[in-house]
Design a protein around this ligand. Structure first.
Ligand code: NAI
Length: 330
């Protein structure tokens, strides 16, 4: 089968080459899928895309016209794909439901520790021979209350790590697994309680209509003063402008982001020669108590290997006419 991979970066290529059984004629394209690049897929039966590719209705229609029948997502999240339109066009869509929840969970905890222990500022000082400790005081994670919004595959690894650090953990989820309460220093609660009681809040729910801007002016108002907020989920879980107002007032004391609501036009490419046009992002960069990574929580060797393996399995199954549970349309 002829397959076009969009948004491919050099660090991924060896993993795709190793996972391709030779069954597929693959083209690796560095450009993102968008209105301008959709025509590149003409003549391909399948395409593979990542989380910042645009698979909205208009683009799916263009792809369909060009002969594309199958979308192999290399992500777990699928908020960037218009599944209703894909279904209407009789296109099939499969994802990689889990490639390494550890990668994302560990990155979320890394952000917590980097913010708490002021690692970025400390390293910067040491490099300029400034060994002063003023302003670097952190807090013990032990005995702090951490709220996890979305206690799924990633959320429960975060839970396990934080339990090991002696935290008290609260969870809010639309589905509860009571066995977690027996195993860990953990209890489920409603969103309101989680917001009011947590010293640290970390987001691990999917982005959908119910969760878009789950962190907004009103929810921030309920949080403790000086709360730490971590988002490795999706950018639109946060109303970034409301978060900036709360950083300015001191209501939010620390912010760790791996995702940003307008990241599609920023992340994954070297833009060091460009003039930053996004004023909201520019404002975020001015805060000392904000640490941002560019959607790299997934970026471990294990995760890359698993993404490649499952993506090619999905392509193999599609080419053999087999439907699996990785497919998103029934
Ligand atoms: P999962 O499906 O295993 O867990 C999500 C949990 O959120 C489930 O327990 C679900 O019941 C819960 N949930 C759904 N709607 C909710 C709501 N309205 N309120 C509260 N909880 C709700 O998914 P997994 O693998 O843990 O991934 C979570 C998210 O992390 C993904 O959807 C994706 O957006 C993001 N992600 C980010 C990555 C990164 O590199 N930064 C990489 C992989 C995933």
């Amino acid at each position: 089968m002829k397959v076009l991979f969009y948004s491919v970066h050099s660090f991924e290529i060896p993993y795709y080459e190793a996972a391709n059984s030779g069954q597929h004629e693959i083209t690796l394209e560095s450009k993102q899928l968008n209105n301008e690049t959709a025509d590149l897929a003409k003549g391909y039966e399948a395409i593979s895309i990542f989380s910042n590719d645009d698979a909205s209705a208009l683009i799916l229609k263009k792809l369909k016209k060009g002969g594309v029948k199958f979308l192999a997502l290399r992500s777990a999240g699928y908020n960037h794909v218009d599944l209703k339109t894909a279904q209407a066009l009789r296109m099939r869509v499969a994802r990689v439901p889990a490639y390494s929840p550890y990668a994302i969970a560990e990155h979320a905890v890394a952000l917590m520790l980097a913010l708490n222990r002021k690692i970025v500022e400390a390293v910067r000082r040491i490099k300029s021979f400034n060994f002063s400790l003023d302003g670097l005081t952190g807090f013990d994670m032990n005995s702090k209350t951490v709220g996890i919004i979305g206690v799924g595959k990633i959320g429960r690894i975060v839970l396990k790590i934080l339990d090991g650090m002696g935290c008290r953990i609260l969870g809010y989820d639309i589905e509860e697994d009571v066995t977690l309460e027996e195993k860990y220093n953990f209890s489920y609660c409603n969103l309101d309680t989680l917001l009011r009681k947590s010293d640290i809040i970390t987001l691990h729910c999917p982005l959908n209509e119910a969760t878009q801007y789950i962190i907004n002016e009103e929810s921030i108002e309920k949080m403790k003063k000086g709360v730490m907020l971590i988002n490795t989920g999706r950018g639109k879980l946060l109303d970034t402008e409301a978060v900036i107002r709360a950083l300015k007032s001191g209501k939010i004391g620390y912010l760790g982001l791996d995702v940003y609501e307008r990241e599609e036009s920023l992340f994954f490419y070297d833009r060091s020669d460009e003039i930053l046009q996004d004023d909201v992002f520019a404002r975020l960069l001015t805060f000392k108590n904000v640490v941002i990574t560019g959607h790299q929580a997934f970026l471990t060797e294990t995760a890359l290997k698993n993404i490649a393996t499952t993506t090619f399995q999905n392509l193999n199954y599609f080419s053999q006419g087999i439907k699996t549970e990785n497919e998103l349309i029934a």
